[in-house]
Design a protein. Structure first.
Length: 687
C-alpha cells in the first residue's frame, strides 16, 4: 500500500493507488485534493448494492408528495426516473428541449441492450457481465458501480417486458439474444434495429401515466441554462421557454440531470443534432466536477464522411458485426475495384486475422483503430479524400473499409438477414444509394458516445449536495471505453432502479426550507442567464455560430480524436483559446430573445462546447497513457495496441472549474483512485 493511503474498511485492494510521475499538462492546471467518494460501499462486491438499498433511508409516503424533484432530460435515464419517482408519489417536474419527451436522443439507439439473463446457456452471469464491462472499459471504471449495473441488468428486461416493449423473440416465443463487441456470450436483447425507440416508448408511456396521475408535470421546449444553488445545495434551475423566449426559474428540493452526452463537441457525430453539454457544463461552472472528459467513444461502423457539406453522421449498428465481416483489399491497387470483383484470397479480414479469438466482435475502440490503420496504410476503400501527410504535404486517401454480409446471406438466407436488420439496411441504401444485400457496405469510425461526464459517487450524486446525474451525462460506469448495448442498460438501470433507491436517502432530510423567487441566489442565476442572452445578441460580428462549431469540431477531431499526442494537444488548446476569443468578439447571432430562435439556442451550446473542448484536451494531455478510446501515440505496445500505465494513471480525473482560461485561470484536477478488490487489473487482450 502506498504510504499515506487509506482504504475503506472491508476492502482488500488488489492494486496500489497510482502515483503520477509524468506531467505533459504541467502549467495547464493546478492539482487539487484527492477525491474520495463519501458514499463508496464496502464489503463483498455482490452484497454492496443490496446493503446500500437497505441502509438508505425511506421517505414516508405521506411526505413524498411534499418533496419536489426536478429532472432535466426525458431520454431513457430521465424518462425512467420521472416515471419511477412519480409512481413512488414524489412531485416531479420533467424538462426537455424537444417538443415531446419521446424525441430524446435515446430514440435513435439501434442495436440492443445487455442483460446477464444467460438465456442462451452460454456461460453468462452477473460476474461475467461485470468482468467484460470492466475489461472493456480498460480498467478505468469503478468496480462497485459496474457490479451493480450487471446485477440490475436482468431487472431491466423484466420491467420492459412488463411494459410491453416488443423485444425480438425466437420462433418458440422466447426472447432472442445477439452478441455485441468485447464479449463471447450472447446477452444483447433487441427490437430489430429500433431498440432505443421501443425502450423509450416504454419509459415515455410509464411517465405519461404519471402525468395523467398528477405526480409528473412536463415542461417541453424548455432549455435549462443554469443551476440554482442555495446554501451549498442544488435547489432549482433557470430555463428558457424556447417558444416564447421567457426566462423562468423552477425551484425544488433536489435536481437531477439526465441530459445525455456531448459527442457533438466534435461537430460531426452520430448523436442527434440537438445533443449538447449545456446543462452539465453550466453545473460544472457552478462547481460540479467534470470527470474523464477526454474519454470519447469512436464507433467503427458509421457511414463514411462524404464531404465538407455534412453536419451529421449515421451509425450502422454494431449488431451488424454479428453477421458482417470487416475487410479491406490485401493489395492497395485493388482499392478502387468493385469489391465483388476482388476474389476471396485477395481480401484481408483484418479483425479476424489480428484478433482470432474475438474476430469481428472486438470492442469498438480496437475495431476503430484497426480500420484507421488499414486506411493509413493505403488500403482503404471508397472515394479518395484530400488529406495532408505527416510533413504537411497534400495527399489523397480512401477512408472506408467494407462490412460484408455476403457470407451470412449465403449461410442463413436473405430473409433471415432482413428479419434482423432490415431497417438498418434500408437506411444504408437510402443514404448511399447502394444495396447492402448486393454490395458490401462501406463504413468508417466516427464519434458516437462519451464516457466522460459529471462526476458522481456511488449514489449518483455529484459533489454538489442535491445535484444528481444519470445516464450518459455522468461518467460513472464505462471507464475508458463503453461496450456496445451497455448505454441503454446504464440509462435504465440509473433511471428505474438506482436513482430511486439513492435519492430517497437525500430526500429523507427534506423537505428543505422553501426558497422564494426573489432569493438573491435565484435572482443572480436568472440575471446571469439574461445577461448572457443579451451578450450573444449584442456582439453582432461577422461569423455564424455554425462556423465556430464546425471549426471547433475540426480541431477536436484532428488533435483529440482517434489518436492524440502531447504536441498536437498543446496546439489544439492554443487554437481553441483563439477560437474562443474570436467567438466572444465576432459571432453573429440572428433574431431576437423573445421568440423561437434556434441561432440563439445554438450560440449557448457552442459557447459551452468551446470551453469543454479545451478541458478535454487538457485532460487528454495529462493522461500520458493509452486506455480504451483514449489513444496517446506516445503509449502503445509494439503491435500498436493501447498501453496503460496503472502505476501512474489508475484514477478518475475529476476537474473543477477554475475560471476563464482567457483570464489566466486554470482548472483544478482532483484524482479519485480506482482500487480494485474483486478483479485483477490486466493488460487487455482480445487475441
Ligand atoms: C445512433 C446511435 C445508436 C445507439 N445505439 C445504442 C444501442 O443500440 N445500445 C446502447 O446501449 N446504446 C446505444 N447508443 C447510445 C445511447 O443511445 C445513449 O447513450 C443513451 O440513449 C443516452 O440516454 P440518456 O437518457 O442519458 O440521454 P438522451 O437520450 O440523450 O436524453 C437527453 C435528454 O436531456 C434533455 N436535455 C439535454 N440538455 C437539456 C437542457 N439544457 N435543458 C433541457 N433538457 C435538456 C433532452 O431534451 C433529452 O430529453 C446509441 C447512440 C447513438 C447515437
Amino acid at each position: 500500500m502506498a504510504a499515506g493511503t487509506h482504504y475503506l474498511p472491508g476492502l482488500t485492494p488488489t492494486n496500489e493507488a497510482s502515483v503520477q510521475k509524468s506531467d505533459d499538462a504541467a502549467g495547464y492546471y493546478t492539482l487539487g485534493d484527492k477525491l474520495v467518494d463519501p458514499k463508496a460501499p464496502t464489503g463483498p462486491i455482490e452484497q454492496r448494492w443490496t446493503t446500500r438499498k437497505f441502509e438508505n433511508r425511506l421517505v414516508n409516503p405521506a411526505n413524498r408528495r411534499k418533496l419536489d424533484i426536478i429532472i432535466v432530460g426525458t431520454g431513457l435515464a430521465g424518462g425512467a426516473a420521472a416515471a419511477t419517482l412519480g409512481e413512488a408519489g414524489y412531485n416531479v417536474k420533467s424538462f426537455c428541449y424537444q417538443d415531446s419527451p419521446r424525441r430524446a436522443h435515446s430514440i435513435a439507439a439501434q442495436g440492443g441492450i445487455n442483460a446477464s439473463k444467460n438465456y442462451k446457456s452460454d456461460g453468462d452471469s452477473d460476474y461475467r457481465l461485470f468482468y467484460d464491462t470492466i475489461k472493456g472499459g480498460d480498467f478505468r471504471s469503478r468496480e462497485s458501480n459496474v457490479y451493480r449495473l450487471a446485477e440490475v441488468s436482468t431487472n431491466i428486461i423484466d420491467q420492459c417486458v412488463a411494459q410491453g416493449v416488443p423485444f425480438a423473440r425466437e420462433y418458440g416465443g422466447l426472447l432472442d439474444n445477439r452478441s455485441f463487441g468485447g464479449v463471447l456470450v450472447s446477452r444483447t436483447f433487441y427490437a430489430r434495429g429500433q431498440t432505443g425507440q421501443q425502450l423509450l416508448l416504454g419509459a415515455y408511456q410509464a411517465m405519461e401515466r404519471q402525468v395523467a396521475a398528477g405526480t409528473v408535470t412536463q415542461f417541453t421546449r424548455h432549455e435549462m441554462l443554469d443551476l440554482i444553488i442555495v446554501d451549498g445545495r442544488a435547489r432549482g434551475i433557470v430555463a428558457r421557454n424556447m417558444v416564447t423566449g421567457a426566462i423562468e426559474t423552477h425551484l425544488a428540493d433536489v435536481v437531477v440531470l439526465a441530459t445525455g452526452g456531448y459527442g457533438n463537441v466534435f461537430y460531426l457525430s452520430t448523436n442527434a443534432m440537438g445533443s449538447n453539454v449545456m446543462a452539465a457544463w453550466r453545473a460544472h461552472r457552478k462547481g460540479a466536477y467534470m470527470a474523464n472528459p477526454c474519454y470519447t467513444q469512436i464507433h467503427p461502423t458509421c457511414i463514411p464522411v462524404t464531404g465538407a457539406h455534412q453536419s451529421k453522421l449515421t451509425l450502422m449498428s454494431e449488431s451488424l458485426r454479428n453477421d458482417g465481416r470487416m475487410w479491406v483489399p490485401k493489395n492497395a491497387e485493388d482499392c478502387a475495384k468493385d469489391p465483388r470483383d476482388i476474389p476471396e484470397e485477395d481480401r484481408d479480414y483484418f479483425l479476424e486475422r489480428i484478433y482470432p479469438s474475438f474476430g469481428n466482435l472486438v470492442p469498438r475502440d480496437i475495431a476503430s483503430r484497426a480500420a484507421k490503420y488499414m486506411c493509413d496504410e493505403g488500403r482503404g476503400v471508397g472515394p479518395e479524400v484530400d488529406e495532408t501527410d505527416k510533413d504537411g504535404n497534400p495527399i489523397k486517401r480512401r477512408r472506408g473499409v467494407y462490412l460484408d454480409l455476403t457470407a451470412a446471406i449465403a449461410r442463413l438466407g436473405k430473409e433471415a438477414i432482413e428479419e434482423k436488420y432490415d431497417n438498418l439496411l434500408d437506411m444504408y441504401e437510402r443514404i448511399t444509394g447502394e444495396d447492402p444485400y448486393q454490395v458490401p457496405m462501406r463504413i468508417y469510425p466516427a464519434v458516437h458516445y462519451v464516457m466522460g461526464g459529471l462526476w458522481v459517487g456511488y449514489d449518483l450524486q455529484t459533489n454538489i449536495d442535491g445535484l444528481f446525474c444519470t445516464g450518459e451525462a455522468n461518467f460513472s460506469d464505462h471507464g475508458a471505453n463503453r461496450l456496445g448495448a451497455s448505454a441503454l442498460m446504464q440509462g435504465l438501470s440509473d433511471g428505474y432502479f438506482v436513482l430511486p433507491n439513492t435519492i430517497r436517502d437525500y430526500l429523507a432530510d427534506g423537505p428543505f426550507e422553501k426558497i422564494s423567487e426573489d432569493h438573491p441566489a435565484v435572482v443572480e442565476a436568472r440575471e446571469g442567464v439574461e445577461a448572457q442572452v443579451q451578450k450573444f445578441l449584442s456582439i453582432n460580428g461577422t461569423r455564424s455560430v455554425e462556423s465556430f462549431h464546425k471549426e471547433l469540431g475540426q480541431i477536436m477531431w484532428e488533435y483529440c480524436g482517434m489518436e492524440r499526442t502531447a504536441e498536437g494537444l498543446r496546439e489544439a488548446i492554443g487554437k481553441i483559446r483563439d477560437l474562443k476569443k474570436e467567438f466572444w468578439t465576432n459571432v453573429k447571432v440572428l433574431g431576437s430573445a423573445d421568440s423561437l430562435n434556434q441561432d440563439l439556442e445554438k450560440a449557448g451550446r457552442v459557447a459551452d462546447f468551446i470551453e469543454l473542448g479545451e478541458l478535454m484536451c487538457i485532460d487528454a494531455l495529462n493522461r500520458r497513457e493509452s486506455c480504451g478510446g483514449h489513444f496517446r501515440a506516445e503509449s502503445q505496445t509494439p503491435e500498436g495496441e493501447a498501453l496503460r500505465h496503472d502505476e501512474e494513471f489508475a484514477y478518475v480525473a475529476a476537474w473543477e472549474w477554475g475560471g476563464d482560461s482567457l483570464e489566466g485561470a486554470k482548472p483544478v484536477l482532483h484524482k479519485e483512485d480506482l482500487i480494485y478488490t474483486a478483479i485483477e487489473m490486466k493488460q487487455r487482450s482480445y487475441k
